[in-house]
Design a protein around this ligand. Sequence first.
Ligand code: C2O
Ligand code: CU
Length: 515
Amino acid sequence: MTFKSSFSATRRDFLLGGAATLGVVAAGGLSMASVIGRAGASENAGGAVNMLLRPGAAQASLVPDPAYQTAVWAYNGIVPGPEIRVRQGQRLHARLENALAQETTIHWHGIRVPNAMDGVPGLTQAAVKPGDSFDYVFDLPDAGTYWYHPHANTTEQLGRGLYGALIVEEADPLPVDRELVWMLDDWRLNESAAIDDGFNAMHDVGHAGRIGNVVTVNGVAPMGTAGDVPVRPGERIRLRLLNAANGRIFALDFDELAPIVIAMDGHPVTPHRNDTPLLLLGPGMRFDLVIDIPVSGKPSFAVTDRFYDGMENAIARLVPSGTPLRDHAPDGDLALKPNSLPEPDLGHAVKHDLIYSGGMMGDMILSQMIRSGHITPEKLSAMGMESAAGSGMGGMANMMRSMFGAGNIWAVNGRDPDRDGNGPLVTLTRGQTCHLTLMNATAWLHPIHLHGHAFRLLARNDAPVRHQPWLDTVLIEPGDRVEIAFVADNPGDWLIHCHILEHKVGGMSGVIRVL
Ligand code: C2O
Ligand code: CU
């Protein structure tokens, strides 16, 4: 990674480190979003929440120094957009008023909406033209941590700042002392803190996506004290984490805080500590954590992103002060009431495979998966890839090159399903259980996101996954096979795509049709 070199030395020190300069600014920056809170929301007589969302040009202080303003695109002038809070079962009436100079839509990531409300232009609705408006009206069936963002020119619209949190509160919320919502993002800024215009650059599409050089939490780079969160000793915190970045995967280190995972992608999971020391949060994914601040101990706890070796990013610093709220961590069950999701019937499931291939250095991984027998000749021929398989590595590389030449950098089952006109990847009848195996035959990680449904994560590489969480986005490592299952209970055409937005542009997308 070389992004720091894009800054001049002085500016770099200033933007990426100079705690001394930044010390005076934006103390408690991370709690700002909770103050902004429900700005603009109102509840109507029928109990629905009304919200006006107006995407347009705005200025933001991403870098916590008033000398540097960034021209962004934002909902209602703020990054992140207004946090929408509703109660489970409530109806949301969100009016989109397009103040951008280009078409847009809103997708409600993770919400099981009726198809016409899903916000995918050309699939579920016509894109909303500049100056036009569109009313999104739907009920919120599931409690949890969700978010909203455009689904038109998504790389650029999200990359310029269009996203916000959508929190659906449980009827009986978990008793905690404080709730925090952190929307993580990264930005590719030039030396004057302006957004780099090179969206959909070929290199980003074929590699890790558009990785930025400035990480923000709730729209503020947590530099110096801007990342400080004052807390009380003994305090119990519910932290809702969301990754709104185009391509960046976060691997979060929580110092000595030992968070307990209580929900993933919104849905309750058996409370547990993470399997690995670092919490992996791919684009689109969410975690709800419970953190008990120790009653005594360190003067501060750093939350740090360590995804890229030797390139750590400060995310926040929790700084305890004041008299302890209690003398030991509170007891109490952390299990949330499950959402009522239809349980997959694995004994009667229809099985499908989705094989992701392509990208830089992908032929190597694909041939490994063929050699290990995980991708069989039958599968390849079903994908129309037999000629490549038959002629071994060379054939594979040729196939990659010809797809690359056609502008397709990635393929799903050997296809470019969004553009080849050959219809959905999978067609299901309503009520069927679908057991999907997702195979990552590429050299890159992919967070694969399904619209309109939540799925159970069953297994990785044949090993059953602990707690089998309900997810809408699953991160798949190179060469891995992931099994998921869901009941196709929501009729319509639903995207299943990589949430590294540049990968989607390069062909990592397709439709699951529920009849
Ligand atoms: Cu969060 Cu299809 O997207
Ligand atoms: Cu991807």
